[in-house]
Design a binder for this molecule. Structure first.
Ligand SMILES: Nc1ncnc2c1ncn2[C@@H]1O[C@H](COP(=O)(O)OP(=O)(O)OP(=O)(O)O)[C@@H](O)[C@H]1O
Length: 356
C-alpha cells in the first residue's frame, strides 16, 4: 500500500496538451475517482500513474519513491481495464496465477493465493473455465482477482464496469469496494458515470480539459460545486447568470438580481459588482401559490408538470421568459401545481452564487 502523489504532471500528444500541470494526492488506502467527460484526460492520467505514458513534466511518487521513470512492471501496481484484458488461452486460475509466476513465487504458495483470490470474488468453482466460457461479470471478477493477488501497492481501474449490464454493475460496485477496503489498497478509479463515482469514492476529482476542476468528497461536490461546470456534471442544477453585489454584513452573503427582484444568497466566490452564476439544485427549490411580500420568491408560471413517482418535476417560466426547474419530493410536498398555474418559486437563501 502506498500514497500516490501526482506533482505538476504535464502530458502532451503531438501539439495537444492533455494534462496541464496536474497535481493530486491520494492518501494511502483511499479510493479516489477521476470523473469527467470523454477526452478530458482521465485515462491519460491513469496511464501516467501506471507507467504506460511518460509525463513530459512533473513527477509521480508512490509514498516517497519517485516512480516517474520506473517501468510499469517495477511499479507494483494492479490494473483492471474496461475490456478485462484476460489471456483468452488461459483458465481463470492461470490468469490469476500469471503475476505470481512472473514473480517466481513458489508453486504451493501460488496455488494457495490464487484459490484464496478466486474465493474472494466467488469464482472458485469456475477456476478451470476459459474467459470465453464466462459472463462479463465473471470475467471482470477474474480481472479483479488477478490485479489483487499480487498485493499491489496501488490499484488502478479504468472504467471497469462499463461493459456490464446495469444489474451486474451494481453488484460489482460492492464486490470491488469490499475487496479494496479489506485489502486497504490505494485505488484510483476512472469512470464517466457520476452515480458510480458518488456511490464508491472517498473523493472525486472532476476533470476538465486536462485539469482538476474540483476535488472533494461526493457530498462536497454535490453540495458546494465551485463552478457551473462541476454543478452541471454532478447531478442537475439550474445554472443562472445573475449580477452579484454585496449584501452588507457577513461576507458569506451576497445579494443578486433575478427577474428584476433582489434575492439573498450565499457567497460562493462571485466577484461583487459583476456577473456571477446562481447554482440552484431543482430539489432545493420549492413552490407556493402567489402571495405578496414573500422574501426570496420569484413569480412564474408552470409550463410543464411531470409526475415521476417519488418526485414531481416542474418547468417554471419566469417573467423574463427564462426557465427554472423545480422538483418536489413526494415526502415533503405541501402543494401541487398544474401547467398554467401562477406560482412563486422560493429560492433558499443558502443557494450559492459562484464566479462566472
Ligand atoms: N496515444 C495518444 N496519441 C495522441 N493523442 C492521444 C493519445 N492518447 C490520448 N490522446 C488524446 O488525449 C486526450 C485525452 O484522452 P484520454 O483517453 O485521456 O481521455 P478520457 O478522459 O479518458 O476519455 P474517455 O472517457 O473517452 O476514455 C484526447 O483528446 C485523446 O484524443
Amino acid at each position: 500500500m502506498a500514497s500516490i502523489t501526482i506533482d505538476n504532471v504535464v502530458k502532451q500528444f503531438a501539439n495537444q496538451t492533455v494534462l496541464q500541470n496536474l497535481s493530486l494526492h491520494v492518501p494511502d488506502g483511499a479510493f479516489y475517482t477521476l470523473l469527467g467527460p470523454s477526452g478530458c484526460g482521465k485515462t491519460t492520467l491513469l496511464r501516467c500513474i501506471a507507467g504506460f505514458n511518460e509525463p513530459d513534466g512533473g513527477r509521480i511518487l508512490f509514498d516517497k519513491d519517485d516512480v516517474t521513470r520506473v517501468s510499469t512492471h517495477h511499479r507494483d501496481i494492479g490494473m483492471v481495464f474496461q475490456d478485462y484484458a484476460l489471456f483468452p488461452d488461459k483458465t481463470a486460475f492461470d490468469n490469476v496465477a500469471y503475476g505470481l509466476r512472473a514473480r517466481k513465487v513458489p508453486k504451493a504458495e501460488i496455488a494457495r493465493r490464487v484459490n484464496e483470490a478466486l474465493d474472494k470474488v466467488s469464482l472458485l468453482a469456475l477456476a478451470d473455465r476459459y474467459p470465453a466460457q464466462m459472463s462479463g461479470g465473471q470475467r471482470q471478477r477474474v480481472a479483479l482477482a488477478r490485479a489483487l493477488v499480487i498485493r499491489p501497492r496501488v490499484l488502478l481501474m479504468d472504467e471497469p464496469l462499463s461493459n456490464l449490464d446495469a444489474k451486474m454493475r451494481l453488484q460489482m460496485r460492492d464486490v470491488i469496494l469490499d475487496l479494496v477496503r479489506e485489502a486497504g489498497i490505494t485505488t484510483v478509479f476512472v469512470t464517466h458515470d457520476q452515480e458510480e463515482a458518488l456511490a464508491m469514492s472517498d473523493r472525486i476529482a472532476i476533470m476538465d480539459r486536462g485539469s482538476i476542476a474540483q476535488l472533494g468528497t461526493p457530498e462536497e461536490l454535490y453540495g458546494t460545486p465551485v463552478n457551473a461546470y462541476v454543478a452541471d456534471f454532478i447531478g442537475s442544477a439550474n445554472v443562472i447568470p445573475v449580477p452579484a453585489e454585496s449584501a452588507g454584513g457577513a461576507a458569506s452573503h451576497v445579494r443578486y438580481q433575478l427577474c428584476g427582484q433582489q434575492l439573498d444568497g450565499k457567497q460562493g466566490g462571485a466577484a461583487l459588482g459583476a456577473q456571477g452564476i446562481l447554482i440552484a439544485r431543482p430539489e432545493a427549490l420549492s413552490l407556493m401559490a402567489p402571495a405578496p411580500h414573500v422574501p426570496n420568491a420569484i413569480a412564474g408560471e408552470v409550463l410543464r408538470r411531470q409526475y415521476l413517482g417519488f418526485k414531481t418535476a416542474y418547468r417554471i417560466r419566469l417573467h423574463d421568459q427564462s426557465e427554472i426547474r423545480v422538483e418536489l419530493h413526494a415526502g415533503n410536498m405541501v402543494a401541487d401545481f398544474q401547467a398554467g398555474d401562477a406560482v412563486q418559486v422560493l429560492v433558499p437563501a443558502d443557494s450559492r452564487v459562484v464566479a462566472a
